[in-house]
Design a protein around this ligand. Structure first.
Ligand SMILES: Nc1nc2c(ncn2[C@@H]2O[C@H](COP(=O)(O)OP(=O)(O)OP(=O)(O)O)[C@@H](O)[C@H]2O)c(=O)[nH]1
Length: 358
């Protein structure tokens, strides 16, 4: 992406400009039939036809370009919506307040103004519509012919059908986009940015749910806390970039070792946490021994001599545990023991009786 485009993409309000383009281009395109349907039967100056053609077919593109190039696209687009109100009032007066197109234009303009700036904007838009009507009366004289003929009804049908459909389509796309953004935000709020595992907060929420499930369904599960040995020394000796690479790769290895139902997170710093549902502590130890072997075999391009080992504490779920925090403390105690005994090993919190599978 060029620097200019990158700067353009960062300007707030561009999506509003993009969203406004289609309803304006299609709305004015089909709106021109309704106006022309009334004006056709009367002698009109040439400039009025030219103005109609320019406004309905060229203005949407000019408005888009202008708003896109503006320093504040959102504000520019709001100005354009108000300009549409001014011109809308002008055309309503030109067609002599012909009742069907007039009601149609007023309701479409009110909808546009509400979408662009809420109730206050509707009032401003209405005042500009009155101004547009006054300008038309000054230029063309006062006209009032409210009756709508069947031909004029037919000429209004495209706008009555197509414009609301366009707005509906834009809103539908907006809803889909919002849904995607919501999903992406949820992902970001749950994920650790370095390792792509769950972050501490979300993992603890999952642990709480798992604890409750074990309690109510009398299931077994194991909890493991994993610490990268001497990680501070790795950082000091090889630099933080290499340290980050170690954390990222350990995260990858953890993901590769686990089943889809297992919950892995980064607890903080160089500590990882895993909850393994329906897994006895002995089975968890077998799984995590494989992880330790794989991590020990890792080699890093930026530090070929670097070797990584893990200390791991495992605690199985027990009905005697008061809550999820107590379960976590058990695993932490086991991890402390693993470090105390010289690191690079797995210790099971054996002080508790493990829940037998139902
Ligand atoms: N590169 C990198 N380092 C981090 C990150 N988060 C925390 N650290 C560092 O990780 C180190 C953790 O140090 P300690 O808690 O003393 O752990 P340790 O050196 O592994 O010591 P033991 O656990 O006793 O073996 C600290 O120096 C932190 O600055 C990170 O995201 N990236």
């Amino acid at each position: 992406m060029s620097e200019r485009r990158a700067r353009g993409a960062a300007k707030p309000g561009l999506s509003f400009v993009r969203r406004a383009f289609l309803p304006r281009a299609i709305g004015l395109g089909v709106g021109s039939f309704a106006v022309a349907g009334v004006l056709l039967g009367q002698a009109q100056p040439l400039w009025l036809w030219l103005l109609l053609a320019l406004y309905c077919y060229a203005w949407p593109f000019v408005a888009y370009r202008l708003a896109f190039a503006a320093r504040q696209p959102y504000v520019a687009e709001q100005r354009h919506v108000l300009f549409d109100s001014l011109l809308g009032g002008f055309w309503i007066a030109c067609i002599g307040y012909n009742v069907l197109p007039t009601v149609m234009f007023l309701s479409m303009l009110a909808m546009n103004n509400t979408a662009a700036g809420g109730a206050r904007f509707v009032v401003r838009g209405f005042l500009l519509q009155l101004l547009g009507m006054a300008v038309a009366a000054l230029l063309l004289g006062w006209r009032f012919a409210p009756e709508t003929t069947p031909q004029q009804v037919y000429a209004s049908i495209p706008m009555l059908v197509v414009h609301p459909m366009t707005i509906g389509l834009v809103l539908y796309q907006l809803a889909i986009q919002l849904g995607k953004h919501k999903k992406a935000l949820r992902e970001v709020s749950r994920t650790d940015s370095l390792t792509r595992l769950f972050n501490r907060g979300y993992w603890k929420e999952c642990l709480q749910l798992e604890f409750e499930q074990c309690r109510y369904l009398q299931q077994t599960a194991s909890l493991a806390l994993i610490d990268v040995d001497h990680f501070k020394a790795t950082n000091d000796r090889h630099g933080h970039i290499a340290g980050d690479s170690v954390l990222f790769t350990v995260g990858e290895q953890i993901r590769a070792c686990l089943r889809s139902e297992d919950l892995a997170g980064r607890y903080g710093g160089d500590e990882f946490c895993i909850c393994l549902p329906n897994t006895s502590p002995d089975l968890a130890r077998d799984i995590l021994e494989r992880l330790r072997d794989q991590v020990a075999a890792l080699r890093f391009k930026q530090a070929p001599e670097l070797r990584v080992s893990l200390s791991i504490g495992i605690a199985g779920y027990s009905a005697q545990l008061a809550d999820a925090t107590a379960w976590l403390q058990e695993a932490d105690r086991a991890l402390y023991e693993a470090k105390h005994q010289g690191r690079n090993r797995i210790i099971l919190a054996h002080s508790l009786a493990y829940a037998a599978p139902a």
